[in-house]
Design a protein around this ligand. Structure first.
Ligand code: MG
Length: 161
């Protein structure tokens, strides 16, 4: 349940070619510390280029965030991809909402995110694949910092690209 299918240094490090080869058609991307720094609205050009490249290759992409609607929506609009906010990950309902937007089969959908207990666990509960990235910044919401402690115990040295 807590074992990712793959690791990546960052979002832009996830190989779209490999995802395509594996039959993936839909990508659910976490927002905070995966696409943008925590609380930030600025996306690194590397990662925005990755999103654009995914869309132009025909992948369906959705941003899925536990954060509130306004900011999430603005980032999605800037990138030209749909968003699902206030998601309550790891609850499966969050991922069902994202799947409803993507309209891709579970087996052809992957979740990319920086947290074991929201992104990876949620993906698993929903029967989706998961790729764990390094958090973009060391800053986190206070609740997340507690989860990071347990993440380190479970992952040990396994978290590598
Ligand atoms: Mg995150």
């Amino acid at each position: 349940m807590l074992r990712p299918d793959g690791f990546a240094e960052r979002l832009a490090g996830v190989s779209l070619e490999r995802l395509a080869d594996e039959g993936v058609r839909g990508i659910i991307v976490d927002l905070d510390n995966t696409l943008v720094g925590y609380g930030s609205s600025a996306c690194d050009p590397l990662d925005s280029a990755w999103v654009h490249s995914a869309v132009s290759r025909g992948f369906r992409v959705v941003l899925l965030s536990n954060n509130f609607t306004g900011r999430v929506q603005r980032i999605g609009e800037a990138l030209g991809v749909p968003t699902v906010a206030s998601a309550l990950k790891p609850l499966p309902t969050a991922f069902w909402r994202a799947l409803a937007v993507l309209r891709t089969p579970r087996k052809a959908t992957v979740v990319v995110g920086d947290q074991l207990f929201t992104d990876v666990l949620g993906a698993r509960l929903c029967g989706l694949r998961a790729i764990l990235t390094h958090p973009l910044e060391p800053h986190d919401w206070v609740g997340t910092r507690v989860l990071r402690f347990f993440e380190r115990i479970i992952l040990g040295k396994r978290r590598r690209a």
